[in-house]
Design a protein around this ligand. Structure first.
Ligand SMILES: [Zn+2]
Length: 342
């Protein structure tokens, strides 16, 4: 049995083109796959709505349908959005990006009110009421290695952008029917691989702006910007403190007591550093300019290394004898004068 297209769209048989279009828009928005992920019932309804509209919006087909209760040939539904909807989008280049990979960072990319704003809201057919509006800024997150953050790097990011549909030129309709490419939205989601330079010295949580790579503007408006929020993986040795780098350098009792030279690893490579005689554990020394380059001032921070005296693990009679001799070098109890409570 043929479907009742009027019933599908919820309009009377006497409804005019405007009423049919209005009903179609309302239902298409409600059952669109983008707002009904993994909902087979909505998928079915959406297809029925499309089919009904394809027939009832075409005067010739509508007349044929009214007379014979069916329309011969292709009802004009060729676009299947379910091929694209779901976990990922496939672009022409065959590059697949899973939206879930950017969970939490895709906020601006899939803004339905943006996607449908023009189609369902503002510009009515034949009524050019296009407002110029700058595209929305978008943000996504990338995680990079500590060394890459210090030295600068570049990352390739699959970016989903709303772009004007080239099939219909952004009108949303072609030959009186919803455009088969964008299904009336006037915009499509395109994925491009964007190479973004991450400047030397970027810190965890900082954002890198890529001008003009946000959402496309409307009515000739400029596109928004893309902000790449950088997450820097922690390093087990180098700790960042602003533009400074902090490390802990283990030394022997002898090195601390007599003084000496140790190799201190920095983000600029190894540096021979002096330990003055009589250095206490916990004392921190500064290597100027051996830190991270500041993204704005381009000046380098410092490297701060903290000395930590390590005690030999093996206890031997000779060691005990030596330790006793060392104890005699202290002038009294090192804990003298400490409060015994509050
Ligand atoms: Zn189109």
């Amino acid at each position: 049995m043929a479907a009742d297209y009027y019933k599908t769209l919820g309009v009377k048989r006497s409804a005019d083109a405007k009423e049919i279009k209005k009903a179609y828009r309302k239902l298409a928005r409600k059952f669109h796959p983008d707002v009904n992920a993994d909902n087979p019932e909505a998928e079915k309804r959406f297809k029925e709505i499309q089919e009904a509209y394809a027939v009832l919006s075409d005067p010739e087909k509508r007349s044929q349908y009214n007379t014979f209760g069916r329309v011969d040939g292709d009802p004009g539904v060729s676009y299947d959005p379910f091929r694209q909807a779901g976990a990922g989008w496939q672009d022409a280049g065959g590059f697949r990006v899973n939206v879930d990979d950017f969970a939490g960072a895709t906020g601006g990319f899939h803004d339905l009110s943006d996607l449908f704003g023009e189609f369902f809201g503002g510009a009515r057919a034949g009524q050019a009421r296009r407002r110029t509006r700058r595209g929305a800024d978008q943000e996504l997150e990338v995680e990079i290695e500590f060394a890459h953050a210090v030295q600068g790097t570049s990352v390739t990011i699959p970016v989903q952008r709303q772009v004007g549909c080239t099939t219909c030129g952004g009108d949303g309709s072609s030959g009186g029917r919803p455009c088969p490419s964008c299904h009336g939205a006037g915009v499509v989601i395109s994925t491009e691989r964007l190479r973004v330079k991450i400047p030397e010295g970027v810190a965890d949580g900082q954002r890198v702006r890529v001008a003009g790579k946000g959402a496309e503007g409307r009515g000739g408006g400029k596109p928004g910007d893309l902000f790449v929020r950088v997450r820097v993986r922690a390093d087990s040795f180098f700790k960042r403190d602003g533009d400074d780098i902090r490390t802990t350098i283990p030394v022997t009792f002898s090195e601390a007591y007599r003084g000496g030279e140790v190799e201190v690893g920095t983000v600029h490579g190894p540096v021979r550093a002096k330990i003055p005689a009589g250095t206490n554990s916990g004392r921190t020394f500064r290597l100027r300019g051996k830190g991270v380059r500041n993204m704005k001032t381009r000046a380098f921070g410092d490297h701060l290394y903290t000395v930590q005296i390590v005690v030999p693990k093996v206890v031997s009679p000779a060691g005990e004898e030596t330790a006793r001799s060392i104890s005699e070098l202290y002038e009294g109890n090192p804990r003298a004068g400490l409060p015994s409570g509050i």
